[in-house]
Design a protein around this ligand. Structure first.
Ligand SMILES: C[S@@+](CC[C@H](N)C(=O)[O-])C[C@H]1O[C@@H](n2cnc3c(N)ncnc32)[C@H](O)[C@@H]1O
Length: 224
């Protein structure tokens, strides 16, 4: 995408009432006033709060929002020009239970209060295969502890990925640390039993992987 197009999207994001873009300072200095008040101030209801981490264009957040009108969804990504697509679709289609947050996932526990979140989806994260990149892997121990902090005690995490490495790494880590794997499937479109919300929605990256015939994997788990 050209830089002119990106700038246009950034400017439009500023005008969208479903896009929230705190500064890093606001988050770090504990001045972000939606922390602990997302439902009350953004959605004006007390429905369960669901996050999509690294949402890209936001296909999952928008599709789940349509399917589950009694839940609230927030797609989170650092790249505003990507989630512009999801935010615009949500506005055009009048989907009021979907919003987008521009933030670094490393700061997620500064954007949400303890136990504020009911569910987390992680859709096609960069697997960060090189050992030196472990700290950026979105299911490493540090990230899981951040998720645990903001999730309700019964909160569930969904991981959908094409990366065998990411699937295996996460399963190994969950088993090793005594977390609870509720469901795992290493080829959701071939192996029976996949939940409908896993096979009926495809993200942008997923579409590319499916064209290359890559198996898509899924894990649903709880952090103890
Ligand atoms: C491979 S893309 C997947 C996008 C989308 N979920 C999909 O399946 O089409 C990974 C996304 O995660 C975002 N991302 C990666 N690391 C991040 C971080 N530390 N904080 C915020 N966003 C991040 C990237 O900007 C990118 O949009």
């Amino acid at each position: 995408m050209g830089s002119k197009n990106k700038l246009k999207r950034f400017r439009e994001n500023e005008t969208f009432n479903n896009v929230i873009q705190p500064t890093r300072d606001e988050l770090v200095n504990q001045q972000f006033d939606l922390k602990g008040h997302w439902n009350e101030k953004v959605f004006r209801n007390d429905h369960p709060l669901v996050l999509e981490l690294g949402c890209g264009k936001g296909e999952y957040s928008v599709a789940l929002g349509k399917r589950f009108p009694d839940k609230n969804f927030i797609g989170i990504d650092i790249k505003g020009a990507r989630f512009w697509r999801g935010a615009k679709t949500a506005l055009e289609d009048g989907i009021e239970n979907v919003a987008f947050l521009r933030a670094q996932l490393e700061l997620i526990d500064l954007a949400f209060a303890e136990h504020e979140v009911d569910e987390i989806w992680i859709t096609f994260p960069d697997p960060q295969i090189k050992y030196k990149r472990t700290k950026h892997r979105m299911t490493n121990m540090e990230f899981l502890q951040r998720y645990k902090k903001i999730l309700k005690p019964e909160g569930v995490i969904h991981l959908k990925t094409d990366s065998e490495f990411m699937h295996g790494y996460t399963l190994g880590l969950l088993h090793g640390a005594g977390h609870e794997v509720l469901y795992a499937n290493h080829n959701v479109y071939k192996q029976e039993g996949s939940p409908d919300e896993v096979t009926s929605i495809q993200t942008h990256y997923e579409t590319i992987y499916l064209e290359k015939n890559k198996p898509i994997t899924y894990i649903r788990f709880k952090i103890n």
